[in-house]
Design a binder for this molecule. Sequence first.
Ligand SMILES: Cc1ncc(COP(=O)(O)O)c(C=O)c1O
Length: 392
Amino acid sequence: MSAPLKLSARAEGLQPSLTLAIAAQAKQLRQAGRDICSLSAGEPDFDTPAFIRQAAAAALEAGHTRYGPVAGEPALREAIAAKLTLENGVPTTTDQVLVTNGGKQALYNLFQVLLGPGDEVLLPSPFWLSYPEMVRLAGAEPRLLVTEAARGFRFTPDELEAQIRPSTRLLVLNSPSNPTGMVLDRQDLEAIAAVLRRHPQVAVVCDEIYEFLLAPGHCHHSLAAVAPDLAERLFIVNGFAKGWAMTGWRVGWLAGPRPVIAAAAALQSQSTSNVCSFAQMGALAAITANRDCVHAMADRFSARRQHLSEGLGRIPGVVLIPPEGAFYAFPDVSAWGLDSMTLCRRLLEEVGLAVVPGLAFGDDRCIRLSCAAAEATLDDGLDRLARFQDRL
Ligand SMILES: Cc1ncc(COP(=O)(O)O)c(C=O)c1O
């Protein structure tokens, strides 16, 4: 008899993604015949626009099927550099861009090449749930910069400064934010830059994956455009998943200082190699086209965000800071007297509603609902939530 296989310490400590697990559980229950309404998804419910699909299909047919350059198709890297330069005001050259398997791999690679034991990473909380796990996978430790709903989930410059220590290597900024929908405005970014100038050991990664998904009246700004003097320690993560409805394609990018991009490319060369060759050709068609399809989808999300926010506002005990971007609402439902895991389990069991517990994002008072669903589905979800509240 052989001894049971022992997992590495790295694997033993790892939490699988709760959002993916809940979405999968909801799907499974539905397949088993249960009447389930899922507002747990973190992906657009729209199809990828036809011209993008056609470009990928044409590339596939044309035999674009072999290994490609590890760091990405040169034309795509160039187009991403041009986008950053012209659309975001961040002067970028092709060799400062790495094409990755979604925004996730961009973050993973960056953390792997920048961080190690003894390093700390500042995470504004609530946070996207993969950040802490990826930080730990790199041997570093997350340090939370706790923000409150009552202050729009913003931190002050003093609060940021108070958390910076000699071991702080990286600050993660996610705007528009998953899960809170908070959007950092120019003033917020200027204040953050002023603090960073006093702490040269701290690099910053801006996760801009929800760049295009903004409520009316809000604008996306890149820290790298607001504080170009910090360019030597600023990184941008972005991708095609949310803005172009291309979650399954797995194309994203990391942009930043050349030596780090080269190190991340070397890591990629020894792990996953190039991103799917023909998917990159679809992404090239997407990024070089005008943004009509992106804005059309963003408008639909804005209408739904509003619809969901208004509906939540009518349910007793729900306190919502209206989201300024992305496609989530993150209300505080602590008045109902249940922790978020219990609440979400009961919502699924008792009224067939799948939403994500706030605990996964660092705030046990809240739940995350996605508005990446048709209006009728949002109404159904709101009805179920109201019914549950009624019974409490
Ligand atoms: C804040 C944030 N960053 C990054 C990602 C990763 O996106 P991708 O699908 O491009 O890996 C997500 C996906 O949910 C996200 O919410």
